[in-house]
Design a protein around this ligand. Structure first.
Ligand code: SF4
Length: 461
């Protein structure tokens, strides 16, 4: 993405590290041969030569490795590439904008091979499965494997906010065994979405899309980005309250707007000479790594913590589970996920994507800049930390479990209704808070004008 070589890539090269960029299929063999012969080239660059993945071998993760993760979920990609142009995304510059797919046969093969080793839960790692041109044939195959061959397989997929417009996509996903859909909601401010070239996200469609997933009982986990140029702590917390009240999102996952190397955002900041953190270890989900026009780094990071706190209150956890009971969306699983999310952020102090239930620490595994601690300091501290964290986890579990039991035992819980899950109506854009900001009103007016124009064209033709 950059005209000149990235300074840190150059630093790695100077240290004698070989760099491979692009996709490995059909090339990795040569790299391994070169490594064995101690003849590694400094650079292997295949970025402009994306391989056809139709029938290439798919990696099979051994069950003993996969079982180290909660839920024993293994993963594969059914395709690569995305036609959209979100400025914070690296996928389009690494995997391209053209959809490339694996054959249905090779996907069936990887599923059967995993089932044989006792694994039946799959994460399909396509960043946007809804834009996989083969989605329908793939889902039909999963349906056949489940309904005809009786394989008890289930899936988590990642999709965009327009997926409900693909005829049959959500219904087939349900029959195919999709239990969880990760959706890039990103923001409810249309100006921020346009600023990030995420024009495909239309806030007027959000509730329709989320209700469509609710209707089939699939859990939705939505990504939400903090730190668009107009964001302030106040605006972010206000928007989260609106989401809690008006959108039927099961889980909301917060991320810092991060200029990942390989994204358009990184390219723009680099060209403008705006500082970005030099330590690539910080480009995770827990740190702000560049300047924000309205928030200091401390304020931005504090806002992120407050965002998690404000979405995952005990009161809102209760509302989410009530909605799940009323719509038939696995309330027990949702509560388990809320426990995980809340515990990771508040007890482990890491993003749920990086968290787990037990933190293994090794005394000697430290960054080169940090001193190795004495065993007399390290082990008592580690032991106390384990006891304290597990005490907090147990308390959290009990408290949320009591809420869950109370809702489950309430005969009226299936009749629960609120603004988020009530059926769609025609005057939402006038009555909902979601559409009352200046930017949202402008967006709604534009959508109405566009709709009118389209109707006029249709009636003329
Ligand atoms: S829709 Fe998702 S995968 Fe596609 S460009 Fe945007 S962020 Fe990347």
């Amino acid at each position: 993405m950059l005209k000149e070589r990235d300074a840190y890539v150059q630093k790695a090269l100077d240290m004698g590290v070989s760099i491979f960029s692009g996709e490995a299929e059909g090339r990795l063999g040569q790299v391994l041969i070169d490594a064995t012969n101690d003849k590694l080239k400094p650079i292997y660059n295949y970025l402009d030569d994306l391989p056809d993945i139709d029938n290439v071998a798919m990696p099979l993760l051994p069950a003993e490795r996969v079982r180290l993760t909660a839920g024993s979920t293994t993963s594969f990609d059914a395709g690569r590439g995305c036609p959209f142009t979100c400025s914070f995304c690296t996928i389009i510059n690494v995997q391209g904008q053209k959809s490339r797919q694996r054959s249905v046969e090779s996907i069936e093969h990887i599923i059967r091979a995993n089932v044989e080793q006792g694994l039946s839960s799959f994460f399909i790692s396509d960043d946007n499965f809804a834009r996989n041109k083969n989605w329908e044939c793939i889902l039909d195959k999963f349906i056949e494997l489940r309904e005809v061959h009786k394989l008890k397989i289930s899936f988590t997929i990642q999709v965009d906010t327009l997926c409900h417009n693909l005829p049959g996509f959500i219904e087939k996903s349900k029959r195919a065994g999709v239990k969880r859909a990760f959706i890039g909601l990103e923001n409810i401010n249309p100006e921020s979405l346009v600023g990030a070239s995420k024009r495909q996200n239309k806030i007027t469609d959000y509730r329709e899309m989320l209700l469509a997933w609710k209707k089939v009982g699939v859990i939705t986990c939505c990504g939400y980005i903090l730190g668009f140029p107009n964001d302030t702590q106040e605006s972010i917390l206000r928007d989260i309250e609106i989401i809690k009240k008006e959108l039927p999102v099961d889980l909301l996952e917060f991320f810092f707007l991060t200029p990942f190397p390989g994204s358009e955002d990184h390219q723009k900041l680099h060209t403008a000479g705006i500082a970005m953190d030099e330590d690539l270890n910080q480009y995770d989900a827990n740190h702000a790594v560049t300047a924000h026009p309205k928030m200091s780094k401390e304020n931005w990071e504090e806002t992120s913590l407050k965002a998690w706190e404000s979405f995952y209150t005990y009161e809102h956890a209760e509302t989410i589970v009530k909605r799940a009971m009323a719509t038939g969306t696995s309330p027990g699983k949702i509560m388990a996920l809320i426990t995980w999310f809340k515990g990771c952020v508040h007890i482990e102090k890491v993003h749920p994507l990086e968290g787990g239930f037990f933190r293994r620490k090794s005394r000697k595994d430290r960054r080169p800049t940090l001193p190795i601690e004495s065993p007399f300091v390290f082990y008592p501290k580690y032991f106390a930390e384990i006891i304290w964290k597990h005490f907090c986890w147990v308390l959290l579990f009990i408290r949320l479990r009591l809420i869950y039991k109370r809702i489950r035992n309430d005969p009226k819980s299936r009749e629960y209704m609120d603004l988020a899950i009530e059926p769609l109506n025609d005057n939402e854009t006038e009555t909902r808070e979601l559409f009352q900001s200046e930017a949202a009103r402008k967006f709604v007016e534009k959508r109405l004008r566009f709709k009118k124009m389209r109707n006029n064209v249709t009636s003329v033709t």
